[in-house]
Ligand binder design. Structure first.
Ligand SMILES: [Zn+2]
Length: 205
């Protein structure tokens, strides 16, 4: 068993939502006591997130690639995350996208070429083995960027929506449930805020 299995996560890791990969990726900016916090502050934070989300990736991501993450890798993931976040925000709020963000996403997609190969094992179900031309950490960014393109163009079946709870900055997949909030906690807070506003409204008259 690898040594990191029992290592506790570094303090201040981003919350996981179980959302489709592109939304999980942009939800790594989160509020702590009202202040927006970056969940990819150090290589340890990004390594924790990549290990947590490895099951959602097609790209094989070996432990040694995650263990060798550098500050430059973090910067690269953060730039892609911020560009993707602004694009999804522009999409859900019907704003124009910044052309730099579109170009950055397209550049990230082209950093890798990936294709499946049929692998036939005697007596077992054939499986697809994914081959990439880039190093794993580059290939992962390319995969996430491609998944973001599919989300924005409507090809993935995901309907991104911004949570409407007060102070929440998360996006969630509206296609999976028709709720207005990213979580039960946000739903409760939004209902409490509405109740509070109604009571104060009545008191004013
Ligand atoms: Zn929320």
């Amino acid at each position: 068993m690898p040594p990191h299995t029992h290592t506790p996560p570094p303090e201040g890791v981003p919350p996981l939502h179980g959302e489709p990969l592109p939304l999980e990726f942009v939800n790594t900016v989160f509020p702590v006591r009202g202040v927006l916090t970056d969940g990819f502050r150090t290589p340890d934070h990004l390594a924790w997130w990549l290990r947590s989300c490895r099951g959602s990736l097609v790209t094989p991501l070996p432990d040694d690639a995650v263990d060798s993450l550098s500050a430059v890798d973090v910067q690269s993931f953060v730039m892609l995350r911020d560009a993707s976040r602004r694009l999804i925000d522009a999409f859900v709020n019907l704003h124009e996208a910044d052309s730099w963000d579109v170009a950055h996403l397209n550049r990230a997609i082209t950093m890798d070429r990936c294709w499946p190969l049929l692998c036939w094992n005697a007596g077992e179900r054939p499986v697809a083995v994914h081959v990439t031309t880039a190093a794993p950490l580059i290939a992962v960014q390319s995969e996430i960027a491609h998944a973001t393109l599919l989300l924005l163009t409507g090809s993935s079946g995901v309907e991104p929506k911004a949570c409407t709870a007060p102070g929440c900055v998360f996006f969630f997949d509206h296609a999976r449930s028709r709720r207005e909030w990213c979580s039960t906690g946000c739903g409760n807070r939004a209902r409490a805020a509405r109740h509070y506003a109604r009571r104060h409204h009545h008191r004013d008259y």
